[in-house]
Design a protein around this ligand. Structure first.
Ligand code: KIV
Length: 314
């Protein structure tokens, strides 16, 4: 007798590698592709806040771009992230979306956008999706956060978790400090990571926690962990773009590797421009200036008086 064939067995089950292959051919990285990267391929994530920087980060091949609320510090000049509003975040998210075609865009939900009520959290998360992001990130893993995350997921919005040093809790924590150094705090973070995994987060940022703890969490959860100051065992790494490029020096966390001194380069270029303006060498009259088709005609109309004598260069 023929054994019955269940229709689902006719559908090839997508393996991690086929999702990754699909990702290489696909325009935009997807949430399932990020999940499939766990233990297959390290994830490279960066922040970006505006059109030109997003375009550079995207074309360099970042898998995920986070429109982080760190923009409050590195772009808007606040001492922490607590002043950042939904309006700020949506404005910057739209600019980042316009500059990208490849990376998965994650919008960082700012302080008070998911703390007041579950309904408000879902509505705010939805605004990021309408702004063009594919997912949102939420800080913390305590039961109230899990409830909000569950409701956001129920609205078909993927959520990235974030535990350890959660900058929106800076006043409770008492500063930007290492978290989970001692066993009881480490246990709390493991429980939170497991809860975020179980509720359905597609990845979890681990910020400023000991390497051993990050390794243990990475092993225990089914989704990728993305570390920042969490050692090399995470499934991926993220840095704030302005830290990596040397564009922000108000804080210098130990975990930042500066790949460039862009701030110094920019200042030197600007000083050079100002010097050229003042010594009269910018703009060059032939290569950087426009000319009339017939200067003679202008002279005939107005005489030599139109030629304004410039001060002599020093
Ligand atoms: O806002 C941000 O940039 C972040 C990263 C540091 C993960 O949350």
């Amino acid at each position: 007798m023929n054994e019955a064939i269940h229709p689902s067995s006719l559908i090839p089950h997508p393996s991690s590698s086929s999702i990754l292959e699909e990702m290489m051919n696909q325009k935009r990285v997807t949430v399932p592709a990020v999940r499939a990267m766990k233990r297959e391929q390290r994830i490279g994530m960066l922040t970006a806040y505006d059109y030109p920087s997003a375009k550079i980060v995207d074309s360099a091949g970042a898998d995920i771009i986070l429109v982080g609320d760190s923009l409050g510090m590195v772009v808007l000049g606040y001492p922490d992230t607590l002043s950042v509003t939904m309006e700020d975040m949506l404005h910057h998210t739209r600019a980042v979306v316009r500059g990208t075609t490849h990376a998965l865009i994650v919008g960082d939900m700012p302080y008070l956008s998911y703390h007041v009520s579950v309904e408000e959290s879902v509505r705010n998360a939805g605004q990021f999706i309408r702004a063009g992001a594919q997912a949102v990130k939420i800080e913390g893993g305590k039961p109230q956060r899990i409830k909000a995350i569950e409701a956001i997921l129920d609205a078909e919005i993927p959520v990235m978790g974030h535990i350890g040093l959660t900058p929106q809790s800076v006043n409770i924590i008492g500063g930007f400090k290492l978290q989970g150094k001692h066993a009881d705090d480490a246990r709390r973070l493991i429980d939170e990571a497991v809860a975020l995994d179980q509720v359905g987060c597609f990845s979890i940022v681990l910020e400023c926690v000991p390497t051993e703890l990050a390794a243990m969490i990475t092993q225990r959860v089914s989704v990728p962990t993305i570390g920042i100051g969490a050692g090399p065992s995470c499934d991926g790494q993220v840095l704030v773009l302005h830290d990596l490029l040397g564009l922000y020096d108000n804080l210098a966390p130990k975990f930042v590797r500066k790949y460039a001194e862009a701030g110094k380069e920019m200042r030197s270029a600007i000083e050079h421009f100002l010097e050229d303006v003042r010594n009269g060498s910018f703009p060059d009259a032939s290569t950087e200036s426009f000319h009339m088709s017939s200067a003679e005609e202008l002279k005939r109309l107005y005489g030599d008086a139109v030629v304004v004598p410039m001060p002599k260069a020093n």
